[in-house]
Design a protein around this ligand. Structure first.
Ligand code: HEM
Length: 757
């Protein structure tokens, strides 16, 4: 039996509590160096510092997959002394070689030449899509529950496989903000004993297009306009809505983007989907069709749209920081891998749904997700470029037992990834980059090319040969060969067309809308109104409203009202197949662990730090991260380190706020210094604390107060009997209740919804 994820989380929380109690001071994630740096420049020669404890690097493997037994730091920079790229020690790297201290630089300065040459070439092309991403190392453990369906060794019971995961946005450039409204990539590289398997998915189960030949079109439409190159990293512009309103198969995915799924709270709180249907082959040769799902142990949670917008300015690295901090704090993110299983019939249909149409999902109520393994992310990369930037995923990286289907989107992807990586990574040998090296033996007969790291022996890189003893030999199924499942191909004629079963573009969008709770529907209405409100062309808005009319009249009417346009009538008869709603599509209604959540603690150092140190320890022991917010920086009484001041902090960084005091306006609480302070002297409590509470309340966050903290609540005008406002005598009691409320992520009662279920 697979281990219950709740037990695993409790075990993890227990370990965290042990770890916390060992420490006098709770650690603050994000410390840059493994050692506290001295104020003066060190002069005694010493070797490079080790990586921080939360960091890992790719295992040291040869370019052809063999274990080396060397420590991972063997791949890093070595030696105590600065050298050239050739390992020659250098006496000076601050001055170029000149004819006299004020004379011209000499051409013979090989160090200057090499240093600048390398710097000039530090950049490589960013990914054409999914350029902005964050990665982590981890491990996948098979439950064995899929072993009868799939012969892949890594799915076997108790088999542990190292993984590297990269989460990403789709549209933005490498330096764009994390919290934009977009689909998120969720790509996993499994370094299995039978070769590398990549599951290259998204956080949404459907895609914009049914045929990969249209991928350039949808991406060109979503990317910034080619004339001014704006807007960056968002779909709120004319060309995106022009495309999706003309190309109605994109409506279902667009609706997911407009839902809260488009603005996740954290990478750790996203589902992942393989999107396409894949074909599995079992040990007996039988085949089945499956869809892959990643289910996060922390549940699926989102930001509000205002939080997402504020965070894009305040902390554009919000998701990247959240992932790295959580791993550093020991709150390891976990997902269960699951499959929906369908019979491999010649029609490749299930309950009227074409399994080869990537704009369709199969409701979980019709085909439950069966858990087959668990992934835990346990370490941050040591070097972003070497690992997260250079990792190369590909839907064609398959292992025996897992096969592609004829989904025309997947077919184009199988062509695309290698093609783009050839350019992005500068030649055909990118499988030899450390993060991409397989953990299985490689003998490919590929030779030469840019950046060849392997040193192959022999004289006969061809087959068959006698000069190298005919090595390498082809394998049979018993020797672990990858053998495509013998799926029948329909006798047909060549044509550029789509099957009739791809024609329905609206019924599943309608299913998704109907499956939302009232609060989720309100957010969707806001998102469409915002995005279309940003378009210039009236016809684009009108055409999109026509599409919304075919999804749901209430949705259409609400958005039309916001745009000041009439709501059109539907033009399609909605297909009456499938269930009316799929509760599994809603994010609300459950309770989940609060691991890695940020808890802001507002303190007033002038009137004592009532229970603050103890509450920090308890927050950490519960697997969450405390964030002390004070009028000024520095160390407070009892060694409480200030992490944010009223000037540098903002409510959107935290998931809940605790009030340990009611700090009076600080000396810098005036608008000319910090415009958040607004007009000076309007409240007894610092106006930035009042703003913080107002925002936290507006974003339906839990707020707790004890002692003088209750006065801060009163200053902000928050009633103590409001849902999600916790008032108590001491910090422990308040924290306990706050934690319970956090299990639902937000205080949903604060979003009074007018749109019925
Ligand atoms: C279900 C549909 C799709 C999903 C789930 C998907 C997912 C992803 C993900 C997660 C990445 C980022 C990989 C990373 O982190 O390095 C990615 C990159 C990319 N995708 Fe897709 N994609 C889809 C469709 C397509 C299609 C149809 C094409 C082209 C025909 C395509 C072309 C690319 C390219 C060129 C990259 C950049 C790869 C690189 O430079 O390494 N994708 N995709």
């Amino acid at each position: 039996m697979p281990e219950n994820p709740a037990h695993a989380l409790r075990n993890a929380a227990g370990k965290l509590a042990d770890k916390a109690s060992e420490l006098l001071e709770p650690p603050i994630p994000g410390v840059p160096s493994p050692e506290t740096p001295p104020i003066e420049e060190p002069t005694a020669a010493r070797g490079p510092l080790p990586p921080k404890p939360d960091q890992a690097a790719p295992e040291t493997r040869t370019p052809t997959g063999a274990e080396t037994g060397a420590p991972v730091t063997a791949m890093a920079q070595q030696d105590a002394y600065l050298t050239t790229a050739q390992g020659v020690r250098l006496p000076d790297t601050d001055h170029s070689l000149k004819a006299g201290s004020r004379g011209p630089t000499l051409l013979q300065d090989h160090h200057l030449r090499e240093k600048i040459m390398h710097f000039d070439h530090e950049r490589i092309p960013e990914r054409v899509v999914h350029a902005r991403g964050s990665g982590a190392h981890g491990v996948f453990e098979g439950y064995g529950s899929a072993s009868h369906l799939c012969r892949a060794a890594f799915l076997g019971k108790g088999v542990e496989t190292p993984v590297f995961v990269r989460f990403s946005t789709v549209l933005g450039s490498r330096g764009s903000a994390d919290t934009v409204r977009d689909t998120r990539g969720f790509a996993t590289k499994f370094y299995t004993s039978e070769g590398t398997y990549d599951l290259v998915g998204n956080n949404m189960p459907v895609f914009f297009i049914q045929d990969g030949i249209k991928f350039p079109d949808v991406i060109h439409a979503g990317k910034p306009h080619p004339d001014r190159e704006i807007p960056q990293a968002q779909s709120a512009h004319d060309s995106f809505w022009d495309f999706v309103s003309l190309h109605t198969e994109a409506q279902h995915h667009a609706l997911w983007n407009m839902s809260d799924r488009g603005i996740p709270r954290s990478f750790r709180m996203m589902e992942g989907f393989g999107v396409h249907t894949f074909r599995l082959t079992g040990p007996d040769g039988s085949t089945s069709l499956v869809k892959f799902h990643w289910k996060p142990a922390l549940g699926v949670h989102s930001l509000t749209w205002e939080e997402a917008q504020l965070l894009a300015g305040l902390d554009p690295d919000y998701h990247r920081r959240d992932l790295a901090d959580a791993i550093e704090a020991g709150a390891y993110p976990q997902w269960e891998l699951g499959v929906q299983v369908f019979p491999d019939t010649p029609e490749q249909m299930f309950e009227g749904i074409d399994l080869l149409d990537p704009t369709k999902l199969v409701p979980e109520e019709l085909a439950p997700v069966q858990a087959i393994g668990r992934m835990t992310l346990t370490a941050n990369p040591t070097n972003f470029f070497s690992e997260t930037e250079q990792v190369a995923f590909h839907t064609g990286h398959l292992v025996p037992g897992i096969d592609a289907t004829d989904d025309p989107l997947l077919q184009a992807r199988n062509f695309s990834y290698l093609d783009t990586q050839l350019t992005r990574l500068g030649g055909p040998n990118f499988a030899q980059i450390p993060i991409n090296r397989p953990h299985a033996a490689v003998n490919s007969l590929h030779r030469d090319g840019f950046h060849q790291d392997a040193v192959p022996g022999g004289v006969a890189p061809y087959k068959p040969n006698t000069l190298d003893g005919n090595n390498p030999f082809v394998a049979g199924a018993d020797e672990g060969a990858y053998i495509e499942a013998p799926a029948p191909v329909e006798a047909s004629v060549r044509e550029r067309s789509a099957p009739a079963s791809f024609d329905d573009h609206f019924s599943q969008a309608r299913l998704f809308w109907r499956s939302m709770t009232p609060a989720e529907k309100e957010h969707i209405v806001l998102a469409y109104t915002f995005e279309l409100g940003k378009c210039y062309e009236q016809v684009v808005k009108e055409r999109q409203l026509r599409a919304l009319a075919n999804i749901d009249p209430v949705l259409c009417q609400q958005v039309a009202t916001g745009l000041g346009l009439p709501a059109p009538e539907p033009t399609e008869t909605l297909a009456a197949t499938g269930p009316e709603s799929s509760p599994a599509l809603s994010q609300l209604g459950g309770t989940w662990p609060a691991d890695g959540r940020m808890i802001g603690i507002v303190v007033d150092p002038d009137h004592g730090l009532d229970g603050v140190q103890a509450v920090r320890h308890e927050i950490l022991a519960a697997g969450m991260v405390p964030l002390v917010i004070a009028p000024h920086g520095g160390m407070l009484e009892g060694d409480v380190a200030v992490q944010r001041t009223f000037g540098t902090g903002r409510s959107v960084e935290v998931d809940a706020v605790l009030l340990a005091g009611a700090p009076a306006p600080a000396p810098d609480a005036w608008a000319v210094r910090d415009s958040k302070a607004g007009a000076a002297g309007t409240t007894s409590v610092d106006p930035r604390v009042v703003l913080l509470l107002d925002e936290a309340h507006r974003h339906a966050k839990v707020v707790g107060a004890w002692g003088a903290g209750r006065d801060a609540l009163a200053a902000a005008g928050l009633p103590t009997d409001d849902p999600g406002v916790v008032v108590g005598e001491d910090a422990q009691t308040v924290l306990g209740e706050v934690q319970q409320l956090l299990a639902q992520h937000r205080v949903w009662e604060r979003f009074p919804a007018s749109l019925g279920a």
